[in-house]
Write a new protein. Structure first.
Ligand code: PEP
Ligand code: MG
Length: 945
């Protein structure tokens, strides 16, 4: 199937996910090893043990206090999913029992034991981190018997019943598929009748009542009692975690983030001894980052709750305290936490996002993973960690996703605007966003698809809201902290988020949020500022942010590493200035036609087009010459001494004429006007006759139709010209060098402007490296002809200015034939520049405009083409043409300079490809330059490893 070959290109866009396949090999004869204790697993093998499992093994083995446990492998998951009846693979249950026995020995507790019960958590964990996408069960092993033991052991009935009711709900949801709402509803009822404002006010009796109600829900929904046998619980839990890999949430997440089976295939299951942060006031639980994930600052960052279990922090049901407050409340433990942070960072060489629990004054690390941060924090931590000697410069460069750099160019609220916020929350993910308030994820998707900018407003978010995140420009929640689901996911996506805005009452059913006196209905525009935590009614003015010092530093390092140079597509002196700010090393494409667009220039361009003879055309061109010359002179000044590639006129000239239909309208309108004027003329004569000498003065100029006649005649002439120039398929018609062939005087004028501007700069002592580039070339003869004209003009300019000009002459490669004739073209050119916008159209025979809004979305959805080839360079087809053109071009002219100036020049994966086939530079629009600089460095680093 054609589609399957096309799937080979790597990509971030939707990927059809493979069905899981069973592992291919087995361990000689006996059943495979399906699980590894944390003391034995290979901490580097994330594919086998999942990221979480591998890290737990690694932490255990470097001496960090981790509750003992084991990881069931991703291979076991694949074997289970591939089994027709979804059965656990042979040997897994036996190995699980053995591992549980080993845990019993280590902890001195018994699984299902009445006196000292061993309880475990069961969590998923794939090779790639997918926060909140899969499932967790806590306190597994509880039943009436072991609960009694737990209560006896801890002398804390409240704790025991709390643990039990949590377990029933989590197990009910994850393993038995019962919706959270069923449980939450009963929980709230008991809470209300007990008069408890917060969960902590619930007594042991209340929690017992809740547990009883939960057990009834399970019986009612499943038709069976809640399973009491701990091993049955464990088996069901393992299966549920495996199943969650193919659950909708996880599949959607993988598709959205382009996680292929090659990156993560199946989930591991982590079975780990429970430790409790809710056994009293010498207990706590929290989540922390080794550095502030919003700013990158080198401080321990996080939140914790005393006397609570981990899910309380993450779910946002209680608002946690900043971890810094622990320093006064639990100073020794805070010092231990600081030590843990340093150990984690120096071991992993990466910012870590970790969970901890303090049980009776003892600190445990429950998991760690690489911290997800926004782009500015990634950049800052890269620079600082390298400066601290924690990571190499190469690592500092490769750990930042180039695409994310664009986030740094996202708008921030303008500081001089004085608007009163209607509410405040926690600044959970920086940047500002503005849009219509929507109160559920489906609606966000609906409106987002219809082209609206939306802000998703919720009390708190859950993993099932993920599609709403994708569709929204920002997220606002009224509950939860900076590590709540909303905050973590928004940060990972680089979307602004304000979390825990407790002053705002969100009523999802009424589709309304109330902040003091302000009522926000669905569709009302709001602005959120994830940097400060403020929320505003209406739209607040924003500004583009500046480059930070750290970003500049990182990009300097990138430039030192990269082999590819990065130039800008810039058409005016202003564009050029902006490009320099972004670090452009030259201009790779100056589209001269864009210089014609100013209102004072269009009439001259029109005269040029309307000219019937060469003389008339030259007269118009002589008026354009000084204008172009001045533009070029300024561009050269700005860019000096960097190279500037100027492309001669490319689009079909009728693009500068008004639309035919518009002209027809105007002529009709003027015709009617002329009739009216004529009527007035008759009227004026009549009045004059009737009034004799005493009458009013004649209407004179007012009734003179000559002015209107002249305008009509001009418009009719333009219409005739427009009809003459009209083409069935202008993109394949009379454009580019073909225009240069038919009207050589146009190109000559442009060449003269370039050369005279160069000569003027030389006189001013400004160093210029100008390159003249011819578009749409398909034969060397075209190029030779233009080149001959260039030389002629050059001789004249050199003589007139008394200077010698060193100008390079080259061609765009945007026609398939040009690729195939690269060897001969290279004879006539000093450089090539791939115009991959046109070359993609030509290679696919797709017209971009028609493809992108007619059939390409369907092609992508069906997996016929993985990517939009106008965004992601098609390496398999177009890429081969390019590689051939480079090879053949350099065969004729070793050292031939080759670049790319189509849109792909700013796309990281495409840049990597360009690096691979030996291009010298990429050229892209100014805001993509930082992305391209980093991508170019990464391409070089990757090619070395
Ligand atoms: C191209 O075709 O890739 C190109 C840069 O030219 P334009 O986009 O102006 O057609
Ligand atoms: Mg082009």
């Amino acid at each position: 199937m054609e589609g399957s070959t096309e799937q080979e290109t790597a990509s971030r866009t939707p990927i059809p996910l493979e069905e899981p396949r069973p592992p291919r090999s087995t361990n000689g004869g006996g059943p495979r090893k399906w699980l590894y204790a944390y003391t034995e697993g290979d901490g580097k093998d994330k594919r086998l043990l999942g990221g979480k499992g591998a890290n737990l093994c690694e932490m255990t083995q470097i001496g960090i206090e981790v509750p003992p446990g084991f990881s069931i492998t991703t291979e076991a998951c694949l074997a289970y999913l591939a089994h027709a009846d979804r059965a656990l693979p042979e040997g897994l249950l036996e190995q699980t029992r053995d591992a549980m026995r080993a845990l019993e020995e280590r902890t001195g507790k018994g699984f299902g034991d009445r006196t000292e019960p061993l309880l475990v958590s069961v969590r998923s964990g794939a090779a790639m981190s997918m926060p909140g996408m899969m499932d967790t069960i806590l306190n597994l092993g509880l039943n009436r018997d072991t609960l009694a033991g737990l209560i006896e052991h801890t002398s804390d009935p409240r704790f025991g019943w709390d643990a039990y009711r949590r377990f029933i709900q989590l197990f009910g949801k994850v393993a038995l598929g019962i919706s959270d709402e069923r449980f939450d509803d009963q929980f709230e009822r008991v809470k209300r009748s007990a008069g408890a404002a917060v969960d902590l006010e619930l007594e042991a009796d209340d929690l017992e009542e809740i547990a009883g109600r939960f057990l009834s829900i399970v019986r009612e929904v499943t038709g069976r009692p809640f399973p009491d046998d701990p091993y049955v619980q464990l088996e069901l839990a393992i299966k549920a975690v495996f199943d969650s890999w193919m659950g909708r949430r996880a599949v959607d997440y993988r598709r959205e983030f382009g996680i292929t089976p090659g990156m993560a295939n199946g989930t591991a299951v982590n079975v780990q001894t429970m430790v409790f942060g809710n056994l009293g006031d010498d207990c706590a639980t929290g989540v922390a980052f080794t550095r502030d994930p919003a700013t990158g600052e080198n401080v321990l960052f996080g939140e914790y709750l005393v006397n609570a279990q981990g899910e309380d922090v993450v779910a946002g049901t209680r608002t946690p305290k900043p971890v810094g407050e622990m320093e006064s409340g639990m100073p020794d433990l805070y010092a231990e936490l600081e030590a843990l942070r340093r150990k984690l960072e120096s071991h992993y060489g990466e910012v870590q996002d970790f969970e901890f629990t303090i049980e009776k004054g003892r600190l445990y690390c429950l998991q760690t993973r690489n911290g997800k941060m926004n782009a500015s924090a990634m950049v800052r931590t890269s620079v600082e960690m390298h400066q601290q000697g924690l990571i190499t410069r190469e690592r500092a460069l490769t750990r930042v996703n180039p695409e994310h750099l664009e986030q740094l160019l996202y708008p921030q609220l303008r500081s001089d605007v004085d608007v009163e916020p209607i509410g405040r929350g926690l600044p959970a993910s920086p940047g500002a966003a503005c849009g219509e308030a929507v109160f559920d994820a489906d609606r966000a998707v609906e409106l987002g698809r219809a082209g609206h900018d939306v802000i998703l407003v919720r009390e708190e978010t859950k993993p099932e809201d993920i599609h709403g995140f994708f569709a929204s420009r920002g997220i606002l929640t009224s509950r939860g902290g900076k590590t709540s689901h909303a905050a973590v996911v928004a940060r990972g996506m680089g979307k602004p988020c304000v979390a825990g805005a407790e002053g705002i009452r969100v009523d999802v059913r009424a589709r309304q949020a109330v902040a003091g006196d302000t009522v926000i209905e669905e569709g009302d525009v709001i602005t959120i500022d994830g940097t400060s935590g403020s929320i505003f009614r209406g739209s607040v003015p924003m500004v583009e942010p500046d480059f930070s010092a750290e970003l500049r530093r990182l990009l300097e390092w990138a430039d030192e590493e990269a082999r590819l140079k990065v130039r800008a597509n810039a058409d005016t002196p202003d564009d050029a200035r902006r490009a320099i700010e972004y670090g452009a090393m030259g201009i790779g494409l100056c589209r001269t036609e864009r210089m014609f667009n100013a209102s004072d220039r269009l009439p001259i361009v029109l005269d040029m087009i309307m000219a019937e003879t060469t003389e008339e055309r030259e007269e118009a061109l002589s008026r354009l010459l000084p204008i172009q010359r001045e533009d070029f002179r300024q561009v050269f000044h700005v860019m000096s001494p960097r190279p500037v590639t100027i492309r001669l006129l490319d689009p079909p000239i009728h693009e500068f004429l008004p639309e035919e239909i518009q002209l027809e309208d105007e002529i009709r309108h003027l015709g009617r006007l002329r009739e009216t004027v004529r009527g007035m003329e008759v009227m004026a004569e009549t009045v004059e006759l009737l009034a004799g000498d005493a009458g009013p003065a004649p209407a004179g100029a007012l009734t003179d139709t000559r002015g209107v006649d002249a305008v009509i005649a001009r418009k009719e002439a333009i219409l005739r010209r427009a009809r003459t120039l009209k083409e069935v398929n202008p993109m394949l018609g009379h454009r580019g060098v073909r225009l240069g062939m038919t009207y050589p005087e146009i190109y000559k004028m442009q060449v003269r402007a370039i050369l005279e501007a160069t000569a003027l700069c030389i006189r001013d002592g400004v160093e210029v490296h100008a390159q003249i580039m011819v578009p749409q070339v398909c034969t060397a003869e075209e190029l030779d002809a233009v080149h001959a004209d260039c030389r002629e003009v050059q001789d004249e300019v050199e003589a007139a200015f008394g200077v010698s000009l060193d100008i390079e002459f080259g061609t765009m490669i945007e026609v398939v034939r040009a690729c195939l004739r690269a060897e001969r073209l290279a004879d006539a050119a000093d450089f090539f520049s791939f115009g991959t916008n046109d070359l993609t159209q030509a290679t696919f025979s797709f017209s971009r405009e028609d493809a992108e809004n007619k059939f390409l979305p369907l092609y992508n959805e069906r997996g016929i083409l993985r990517d939009n080839p106008f965004e992601v360079l098609d390496q398999l087809g177009l890429g081969r043409l390019m590689a051939l053109a480079v090879e053949w071009g350099r065969k004729a002219k070793p050292g031939l300079q080759v670049g790319i100036c189509g849109e792909h020049g700013g796309h990281p994966q495409s840049i990597d490809f360009c690096h691979g086939i030996g291009l010298d530079y990429v050229s892209c629009s100014a805001p993509r330059i930082p992305v391209a600089r980093l991508a170019a460095a990464q391409a070089e680093i990757r090619s070395r490893t």
